[in-house]
Design a protein around this ligand. Sequence first.
Ligand code: SF4
Ligand code: SF4
Length: 133
Amino acid sequence: MLSFNREKCVYCKLCENVCSFRFTQQVRPSVAAIRIGREGKWGLPSARICDLCKDLEEGPKCVAACPEDALGVSDGGVIAWDDEKCTRCEVCVDVCPNKAVAYDTDSDRIILCDLCGGKPLCIEWCPEQVISA
Ligand code: SF4
Ligand code: SF4
């Protein structure tokens, strides 16, 4: 699971760019698995990232809501997506409380943080060491 230190973020959004490029081979932050915004009176940076619904007693909402059993928690502690089972109904996109799931029409895939298989690009590229795993 990724952590985000808002005090250090300079709002460059490089993390969004590299994340979307990895999934779609294009810079399209609107479908990145990490999304940087601003919130509160002072407009402080905030990140939308998967936290495995850690604050919910029932656990990951997307997994429970998927009607096709196409999502699950992997041994690596990320949400795994099954391309074959998925019907692209986008229920997972709608139910995620963190808005951390996207459907990319161009590549026809559900985008969820998979920690880049163990070496997250957002951590590697962030110039301010804002993100950690
Ligand atoms: S993708 Fe969203 S709904 Fe699914 S486990 Fe992560 S935070 Fe929860
Ligand atoms: S889009 Fe795919 S993974 Fe998401 S809820 Fe629908 S079937 Fe499940």
